[in-house]
Design a protein around this ligand. Structure first.
Ligand SMILES: NC(=O)c1ccc[n+]([C@@H]2O[C@H](COP(=O)([O-])OP(=O)(O)OC[C@H]3O[C@@H](n4cnc5c(N)ncnc54)[C@H](OP(=O)(O)O)[C@@H]3O)[C@@H](O)[C@H]2O)c1
Length: 312
């Protein structure tokens, strides 16, 4: 498994070591096996190995002998869609040469050039993932044939990231300032639910080769989120719909370079315009492949369990 230390990856490592350690051993790739997060995964029973997507030899060593790969890259580490795509291509090149490889689960996002007929061409986090897909399909078709695409909806935890976070106005009021309507419903999810879903996908094996699975717990608007948040925490917060320029300027004022502020603007605009990359067509809803009693975490449940002091 790659990208194991934080959100999606750590949920999967933990779930598999807890529920499926009779079937699988888990090898977790990290740039720094000495970090506290890496040590915590090792303490749970993962084999933690060093590997850096930007160092092909280290990835070749880290993935040697792999049978099932979960792979995710992080756009925010490089802040470049081309660099992110190149990282995934390195992983694809290395794993395509692995003789025992049976299955790949790839965390990805939909093609921004087909969503909204290409209106948003600079949605960089989507671009990075989708460019990688396109190259893997073309250069490693056999690998692609064994791959399951995993689509995760907007994380509940995004409010801790500056492009999504409520801000304090000069008058001390907490405000969510987004470039879309407060009533736009956006598919949302908890990364914590990734583990159970990936476990089901790899248990299903070939059944999921070439398929797409999506994880979402609910469609929820910012006004609904604010209502729940305010109620649970006993705080007052408002929504302000800002213009695209105002949104971009806010990000630039806190240090985002213009290209990245534009990328975030396009990401948020697509969400506000009702992007749906989690249902329809051939997409398999994760609910249908896990135990029916499993509950996907809602925004309200997330709000109740998290410490919000850094935002308040
Ligand atoms: N936020 C959302 O709503 C949402 C929804 C769907 C998809 N996504 C996508 O999910 C991605 C982030 O995934 P996440 O949330 O699971 O990430 P995350 O929790 O922020 O973790 C990032 C991981 O990337 C690894 N990593 C970064 N650079 C690396 C490198 N050069 N070599 C090896 N590993 C590297 C890190 O490993 P080490 O530090 O241990 O080396 C870390 O485990 C983003 O690209 C985003 O677009 C986000």
């Amino acid at each position: 498994m790659t990208s194991t230390q934080k959100l999606l990856g750590s949920s999967i490592v933990r779930y598999i070591l807890t529920h499926s350690s009779n079937l699988y051993t888990v090898r977790a790739v990290t740039r720094n096996p000495e970090s506290s997060k890496a040590r915590a995964l090792a303490a749970l029973g993962a084999e933690v190995v060093q590997g850096d997507f930007d160092d092909e030899d280290s990835i070749r060593q880290a993935l040697a002998g792999v049978q099932i790969l979960f792979h995710n890259t992080d756009f925010w580490t490089t802040m470049s869609d081309d660099a992110e795509a190149a990282q995934s291509l390195t992983v694809a090149k290395v794993t395509a040469a692995e003789p025992n490889l049976e299955h790949v689960v790839l965390s990805t996002l939909s093609d921004p050039t087909t969503l909204f007929q290409g209106k948003y061409m600079h949605n960089l986090p989507y671009n990075g993932k989708f460019k990688a897909e396109r190259m893997i399909k073309k250069e490693y078709p056999e690998l692609w044939a064994k791959t399951t695409r995993l689509l995760v909806a907007l994380y509940h935890s995004n409010w801790f990231l500056p492009p999504f976070s409520p801000v304090k106005t000069d008058s001390g009021q907490l405000e969510l300032q987004n470039p879309y309507s407060p009533s736009s419903r956006i598919p949302s999810a908890s990364p914590d639910d990734t583990g159970v879903v990936v476990d089901a996908i790899i248990r299903g094996g070939q059944k999921y080769h070439g398929r797409t699975v999506s994880i979402w717990s609910e469609w929820i608007s910012d006004e609904e989120k604010l209502k729940v948040w305010g109620h649970v925490l006993g705080v007052k917060a408002a929504f302000k719909q800002v213009t695209p320029i105002e949104y971009q300027q806010r990000l630039e004022s806190i240090g985002f370079p213009p290209y990245l502020a534009q990328g975030c603007l396009e990401l948020l605009s697509m969400l506000g315009e009702g992007v749906n990359y989690v249902t329809g067509g051939e997409i398999i809803d994760a609910r249908t492949i896990v135990d029916p009693s499993y509950h996907f975490k809602t925004w309200e449940e997330y709000v109740k369990e998290v410490n919000w002091t850094s935002i308040l």
